[in-house]
Design a protein. Structure first.
Length: 598
């Protein structure tokens, strides 16, 4: 076939068309006859290198690694991405234990599919508090041009979009999203989809998607049906119909049968890396409990509030649990700051009828607040921050305490910024940048601290402790995670002779929560709270106890109950086939050549 300056098309057997592009030949022949002009040799070498860089030498190797300038993935993350690419065809549950980098794995997989030209349009659904974090990581670590959904036009105008589930599924966004065809869907915190009767489950089912990643550390907790629902969402029919699944794999809702066959089926769609299997050296965690003695004025206020709360409880003959918790909140606020309890008491005073005998009692407590000129906890926080002389995050339960701390630290020339749930995305991002680059202290409320990553900070002060152990662990997880280079120091403040003293004793000594792995902690806590929440049980116990000795005895009983449940869980994990054990067995399908130090 003679070259021409036209594109020649041939048809073979009326089936295959081959296109020969010969447009270059005419110019080449002309230059050859005249011996030039020729392009610069250096430019030619650069062009040749560029073409060679684009060559794919092996389909099984990740092409995206050479494009990552700000990230060096760990081996288990690379292995996970390869497995999803080569064995699972882009549909997988990433079920690593907390702290092993599921977000990094998802980013690697997304980047790889983009580099290979298989993904152009992707939707990433995450909790609202994590939207900016996902966008930042995709942009900075993976060079993926992801955006946070803010305006309606962005659904169609942007290729890689990060949004919250609640935003995507409500009008007018829902119809737009449902009309799109996505090359890849990523869902974070996917365990929230475990019930197929929910609108979230149906929404994800109906979305048009080619590849799909579900991220969750707890794909099953108390019922194997949860696991079945997630896998059916990902790959319908993988485990057969629900009746067949139950007949083949379930003894009762928590106990499976045919474990080896079930593990084999799960390994086709799920990857679970465990801390005990990975080559990830977590830094150490040091916990220091700091007991404090209230000033005479602070103690008088606490005693006055305690008498008021118990009197109200007895008058109401117990009442409902919401009322009980609101009463105990007064005591907890006194332990935090006078500002926190002042706002609650004033609001209570305004809502109380003018002829009610409660009004003078409430106002009496307000007058006690006026006599308090200092905050014992704040003074200790200042002392700790000055001694540490590094970045510190301070967690408090109450907005008023946060404002007090910010003003107090400012008066003492300590640079501090707030972080709380009521801030919009932009302001949260701004506060985080200020803390990272300029401020020494971040004062965060519970809602504000959800989902943020603070590996550049290794000191954390619990100004007041939540009663739920999982919330304490979630706070610690903001700093004690992959990427943390230093040992983490946690300082727990508690006031002697108050409910804080009992709570710290329960969490630290009775439950040993600071030594528990988070995967164990949430499973044990869920069993513990089958009938009522831990917070409600503690509140009722404190209000019904007539002396400190009663409270200590009740706390001991509570601690023993928790220890019993923990022992049962650990025995099941070591000897019986239960959901958690089945999941952990799946982790063994990955190369087992690494070990994690907790």
């Amino acid at each position: 076939m003679q070259p021409t300056d036209q594109v020649i098309t041939r048809q073979l057997n009326n089936r295959l068309q081959i296109h020969f592009d010969r447009e270059w030949y005419g110019e080449f022949a002309a230059r050859s006859e005249k011996n030039g002009p020729w392009d610069d040799w250096t430019l030619f070498q650069l062009a040749l290198e560029a073409e060679q860089a684009r060559l794919i030498h092996s389909f099984d190797e990740l092409q995206c690694l050479v494009h990552l300038q700000q990230l060096v993935p760990m081996q288990h993350q690379i292995d996970t991405a390869k497995k999803v690419l080569t064995e699972m065809r882009g549909r997988a549950i990433l079920a690593d234990e907390v702290g092993l980098g599921k977000t990094i794995e998802a980013g690697l997989i997304l980047k790889e599919y983009i580099v290979r030209g298989l993904v152009k349009k992707a939707l990433i659904l995450v909790p609202a508090s994590l939207v900016l974090q996902w966008v930042r990581e995709l942009n900075q670590k993976f060079g993926i041009n992801a955006v946070a959904q803010k305006k309606e036009y962005m659904w169609t105008g942007c290729d890689i979009i990060v949004a919250s589930m609640d935003t995507a599924k409500r009008d007018p966004h829902r119809d737009i999203v449902m009309g799109m065809e996505y090359d890849m869907l990523i869902v974070d915190e996917a365990h929230k989809l475990k019930n197929k009767k929910t609108t979230n489950y149906q929404f994800i089912t109906d979305l048009k998607k080619k590849y799909c990643l579900l991220l969750t550390a707890t794909p099953v907790q108390n019922d194997l049906k949860e696991l079945y629902n997630l896998i059916t969402l990902l790959k319908p029919g993988q485990l057969g119909g629900q009746g067949n699944f139950h007949a083949n794999f379930v003894v009762d809702k928590r106990i499976p049968k045919n474990e080896e066959l079930l593990q084999a089926e799960l390994s086709k769609v799920m990857i679970r890396n465990r801390r005990s299997d990975g080559n990830v050296a977590f830094t150490k965690r040091f916990v220091k409990n700091i007991p404090l003695t209230l000033s005479m004025e602070e103690q008088a206020l606490y005693d006055g509030v305690t008498d008021f709360v118990k009197g109200r409880y007895e008058e109401a003959a117990g009442g409902d649990m919401s009322n009980i918790l609101s009463l105990v909140t007064l005591q907890r606020e006194v332990c935090s700051s006078r500002d926190a309890v002042f706002i609650t008491l004033v609001n209570m005073f305004k809502k109380t009828a003018e002829d009610s005998p409660l009004r003078p009692k409430i106002w009496e407590l307000v007058e006690l607040i006026r006599s308090i000129k200092a905050n014992t906890k704040a003074e200790k926080v200042l002392e700790l921050i000055q001694d540490i002389n590094e970045k510190v995050i301070v967690f408090t339960e109450y907005r008023a305490s946060q404002e007090y701390l910010l003003n107090y630290l400012k008066e003492h020339k300590i640079s501090a910024v707030p972080y709380r749930g009521g801030m919009n995305r932009g302001k949260k991002d701004w506060m985080m940048d200020l803390f990272r680059g300029r401020a020494q202290v971040l004062v965060a409320t519970e809602a504000g601290g959800e989902g943020i990553n603070l590996q550049f900070c290794s000191h954390m002060i619990n100004f007041d402790l939540p009663w739920n152990p999982m919330r304490v662990e979630q706070r610690i997880g903001r700093v004690h995670r992959l990427g943390q280079q230093n040992d983490v120091k946690i300082y727990n403040l508690s006031t002697n002779g108050t409910i804080e003293e009992y709570i710290l004793s329960l969490l630290h000594e009775k439950i040993n929560m600071f030594e528990l792995v988070i995967g164990e902690l949430d499973t044990i806590l869920e069993r513990f709270e089958k009938k009522t929440s831990l917070e409600s049980r503690i509140a009722k116990m404190i209000l019904e106890s007539r002396s400190d000795a009663d409270i200590r005895r009740e706390m001991d009983d509570l601690g023993r109950s928790f220890t019993t449940i923990r022992s049962e869980y650990e025995q099941e994990a070591s000897s019986s086939p239960h959901p958690g054990a089945i999941l952990d067995a799946v982790g063994q399908t990955l190369p087992n050549n690494f070990e994690v130090r907790p």
